[in-house]
Design a protein around this ligand. Sequence first.
Ligand code: URA
Length: 210
Amino acid sequence: MGDEKREKLKDLYYKIKDCKKCSLYKTKNKFVFGGGNANAELVFVGEAPGKNEDLKGKPFVGRAGKVLDDLLGSINLTRDQVFIANVLKCRPPGNRDPRAEEVEACKGHLFNQLKIMEPKIICTLGKHSTQLILNTKQGITGLRGKVYRRGNKIIFPINHPAAVLYNPSKYGTLQKDFKRIEELLEENIEKEAVNLGEEKKEESRQLGLF
Ligand code: URA
């Protein structure tokens, strides 16, 4: 039982690692599948690999990753207790924003990862993953720090850790949101959730997400 999800993730990795569904495979160095504990209750979803991630083939190994590690540490978690993935598996040149067609091409890989892991909490980091997972065009400012429910899962959008690198005053908000993650991991999450409504639920069911 313990190894089942890891084996399934491994199979998925070998199936998609040479993906050519969008043109980013031409400019990337390494495919960044994501990493961590396949049985994690908490999965983080970032935006896309940056320079360091592209070179190492691992998620969040640069400066934003250091911020993420510190925040995890603040609630006594380490990387091997969570899983970290991204919306895009290949680096957009110059770290530009993901394009709609790239997200469209790549999102199935993320959805398949989530379907295998079935985490209790999906914490989306920043605008791109939040908009994809919540299937909304709303900005991150209005969404962050709120608890969204789909089936028996929680989606919790927060600011991207990289935001702190440009605006250190955002660290406090991230710290507060991580405290909330700690509570959510402990609490009966059913009571906490904001219900997204039947229409959105049906949409995610069709996507085969949750
Ligand atoms: N930023 C992201 O969104 N993902 C990474 O893996 C690294 C930086």
